[in-house]
Write a protein that binds this ligand. Structure first.
Ligand code: GLA
Length: 387
C-alpha cells in the first residue's frame, strides 16, 4: 500500500520529495453501544484495515488534499488560514477540522501541506472511516511539526474536531479505539474517566465477520444527536432522585428502583438501554477473560435486541442481517455495531461456518432488502503508525 500511495502522490503532486507515509486503522465495537456519551463502558478494537496517507509540508500556506477514494473530486484546495467547515469541501472537512482543533489547543501549524489519502475501510460502513482520517491527520501533524501530544490526545483532539467542527456530537469511542489500538486485543474503556485495559481477544476457532448493510445513512447524524439529548434529559430527571454523574453509574436494580423519575416512556427505554448495555459490556469482558465465548455471544445478541427495541437505532436492514445470522449454526453472536441507522453488523462465527454464513445471510438479505450486503472477515490490528 505504501508504494501505491507514493506512486499516486507522484502523479498528483509531481514528485515525492519530503513525503512520509502514515496509517491509521478503522475500528469495530464488540459490545457497549451508545454508552460512550453516557459515562459507560465500551469494548472496541482497531482493525488491520484503515486509512493510508502520504503527506509533506509545503513552503506556502496552501492545503492540497487528494483522496484515492474520491478521485472524481480531484485536488481540493484550502488554506491553513481559513479553517472553517464548508459543505463543498466534502471529506476534507475531517482533516481540516483536526488542524483547527490543534490550533484551539494552542498548536500553531506553521505551513501548508500536501496530503493524499487512500482508505480500505468500506465507505459509510460504520467502521469509523472518519475517525480514522482524524487520527491519521493528528499523527501527520505530530510527526511533521513535533507537537507534543500522546495517542490519547490524538483521540481527544479528533473527537473535539468532530463535535465542534463537523457538528456530530459523538462520544470518544471511535477515536480512542483507533488511536489506542493494539493487535489481537480489544480495549475495555470506561468513558467516565478514560481508564482502560487491554483484553486479549482469543476466539478459539472463530472469527469476526463484518456485514455491511450498504444502506445510505441519511438522517443518521441528526438521529444520533437526538438519542444523545434524550439520554441527557433522562439523566437530568434521574438526578432529581439519585446522586449520579451519568447513566453508566447505575446498576440495573438502581435503574428499576428510580426509573419513575423519568417522565416520558420513550426516554425510559433509551435510559434502560444505556444502563443495561453498560452492565452487559462489563459482563461480556468478564466472560471473555474467563474464556466463555458462548456467554460473550449471548451478550452480543442481547445488545442487539436492546438496540432494536429500546434504543430503536437498528432498522430493517441491520435487523435482517442479525436475525438471519442468528439462524445459522456456528454463529456464536451477532449484533449491529457503531451508531446504527445503517452501517454494519459484527458477528462471531466459527471458522467452518463462515462460508455458509456469508452465502446464506447474503442471499436472505438480497431477497428481503433488494440490494447486496458486503462481508469482511477482519483482524484486530494496532493503532496509528508511520510506515
Ligand atoms: C458512533 C459514535 C461513537 C458511539 C457509537 C455508538 O460510532 O461516533 O462515539 O457513540 O456511535 O456506540
Amino acid at each position: 500500500m505504501k508504494e501505491i500511495v507514493l506512486k499516486k502522490f507522484q502523479e498528483v503532486f509531481g514528485d515525492t520529495e519530503g513525503v512520509k507515509v502514515f496509517f491509521a486503522p478503522g475500528r469495530v465495537n464488540l459490545i457497549g453501544e451508545h454508552t460512550d456519551y453516557n459515562a459507560g463502558h465500551v469494548f472496541p478494537c482497531a482493525l488491520t484495515i484503515g486509512t493510508y496517507g502520504a503527506a509533506r509540508v509545503r513552503n506556502d500556506r496552501k492545503l492540497c488534499f487528494y483522496s484515492m477514494n474520491f478521485e472524481n473530486l480531484g485536488v481540493i484546495e484550502s488554506s491553513i488560514d481559513s479553517l472553517k467547515p464548508e459543505k463543498e469541501a466534502g471529506w476534507t472537512n475531517y482533516p481540516k477540522g483536526v488542524m483547527w482543533a490543534f490550533g484551539e489547543r494552542g498548536f500553531v501549524i506553521p505551513s501548508g501541506m500536501d496530503i493524499l489519502l487512500n482508505g480500505n475501510i468500506p465507505n459509510g460502513s460504520g467502521l469509523s472511516s472518519s475517525a480514522s482520517v482524524e487520527v491519521l491527520t493528528g499523527s501527520i501533524l505530530r510527526e511533521f511539526f513535533g507537537f507534543e501530544v500522546s495517542n490519547q490526545d490524538l483521540a481527544l483532539i479528533g473527537q473535539y474536531s468532530e463535535n465542534k467542527f463537523n457538528g456530530v456530537n459523538c462520544g470518544i469511542m471511535d477515536q480512542f479505539a483507533i488511536a489506542m489500538g493494539k493487535k489481537d486485543h480489544a480495549i475495555f474503556l470506561d468513558t467516565a474517566d478514560l481508564s482502560y485495559t487491554y483484553a486479549p481477544v482469543k476466539l478459539r476457532g472463530a472469527k469476526l465477520v463484518i456485514a455491511c448493510s450498504n444502506k445510505k445513512r441519511g438522517l443518521g447524524d441528526s438521529k444520533y444527536n437526538e438519542r444523545r439529548s434524550e439520554c441527557e434529559t433522562a439523566l437530568a430527571e434521574l438526578q432529581k432522585v439519585i446522586d449520579i454523574a451519568g447513566l453508566g453509574d447505575l446498576t440495573e436494580e438502581q435503574f428499576e428502583a428510580n426509573k419513575s423519575a423519568i417522565k416520558d416512556p420513550v426516554r425510559v427505554k433509551r435510559a434502560r438501554h444505556a444502563v443495561y448495555e453498560n452492565q452487559r459490556t462489563i459482563q461480556a469482558v468478564a466472560a471473555l477473560q474467563a474464556d466463555d465465548i458462548v456467554r460473550f455471544g449471548q451478550l452480543m445478541n442481547a445488545s442487539h435486541v436492546s438496540l432494536r427495541d429500546d434504543y430503536e437505532v437498528t432498522g430493517v436492514e441491520l435487523d435482517t442481517l442479525v436475525e438471519e445470522a442468528w439462524k445459522i449454526e456456528g454463529v456464536i453472536g451477532s449484533r449491529m455495531t457503531g451508531a446504527g441507522f445503517g452501517g454494519c453488523t459484527v458477528s462471531l462465527v466459527k471458522d467452518e461456518a463462515i462460508d455458509s454464513f456469508i452465502e446464506k445471510v447474503g442471499e436472505a438479505y438480497l431477497a428481503k432488502i433488494g440490494y447486496r450486503a458486503d462481508f469482511y472477515v477482519v483482524e484486530i490490528g494496532d493503532g496509528p503508525c508511520t510506515l
